[in-house]
Design a binder for this molecule. Structure first.
Ligand code: SF4
Ligand code: SF4
Ligand code: SF4
Length: 203
């Protein structure tokens, strides 16, 4: 029996905290944080054998339809937004974070994309901001994913969090998903995180 409950702190909180300019520009924060996210493998609320399988989303197939929020047997959904720092532009005008049609660009709640204010942003320096997902607030609605994918690098994407998911035999979201983005994968590598360089998922 393998206890897969270990959760990487970066991936759980979605944050590496405040970043000074030297760290950001010189020590390759983007690479480091991407690796931290990728290391999210292994977290689950269940005790699983390493050769068990779990459900996961292929972010390359997801079209942000919104059903991940409403079709899960859990409320809130076990699907959460995950942020890949390795492919994030650290943009000031982030369309995962801000509504695209706001008349004044400011971070008032009504201008934010996220309906639960789960996306937190921290100034790095100059025009660069770090975006962190508070998964305790995320309902998996994919609004930020749609904005980030349409106008940005697609750094924000959805994953089933295995510290929450109860690993149903038949995932109700998988059944409803219009693009068949769900599949079973090894419990030892339960995430498909978008990776640096390829813009596609990694493990
Ligand atoms: S149901 Fe499928 S397409 Fe819709 S948000 Fe979830 S993974 Fe994406
Ligand atoms: S917009 Fe939706 S998916 Fe994105 S962080 Fe907020 S609740 Fe989660
Ligand atoms: S397997 Fe069950 S708990 Fe997990 S995401 Fe699918 S419906 Fe939700």
């Amino acid at each position: 029996m393998v206890d897969l409950r270990r959760v990487d702190d970066h991936s759980k909180s979605g944050s590496v905290g405040f970043i000074d300019r030297r760290s950001f520009m010189q020590t390759g924060l983007r690479v480091g944080a991407a690796v931290a996210l990728t290391a999210a493998a292994g977290a689950t609320a269940l005790k699983l054998h390493a050769d068990d399988t779990v459900w996961q989303i292929d972010p390359g197939l997801c079209v942000s339809c919104g059903l991940c929020e409403t079709e899960c047997v859990l409320l809130p959904s076990a699907v959460k937004c995950v942020h890949s720092y390795g492919i994030c532009g650290y943009c000031n005008l982030c369309f995962g974070y801000l509504q695209p049609n706001q008349t004044e660009q400011n971070t008032a709640v009504e201008n934010q994309m996220c309906p639960t204010s789960a996306i937190k942003r921290t100034l790095v320096e100059g025009p660069y901001y770090e975006y962190r997902i508070d998964e305790s607030l995320c309902v998996g609605c994919a609004k930020c994913v749609k904005g980030c994918t349409t106008f940005g690098n697609g750094a924000m994407h959805l994953q089933i969090r295995h510290d929450v998911c109860v690993n149903c035999n038949e995932c109700t979201i998988a059944r409803a998903c219009p693009t068949r983005a769900f599949s079973r994968r090894d419990a030892a590598t339960p995430y498909k995180i978008k990776a640096m360089g390829s813009g596609k998922e990694g493990t």
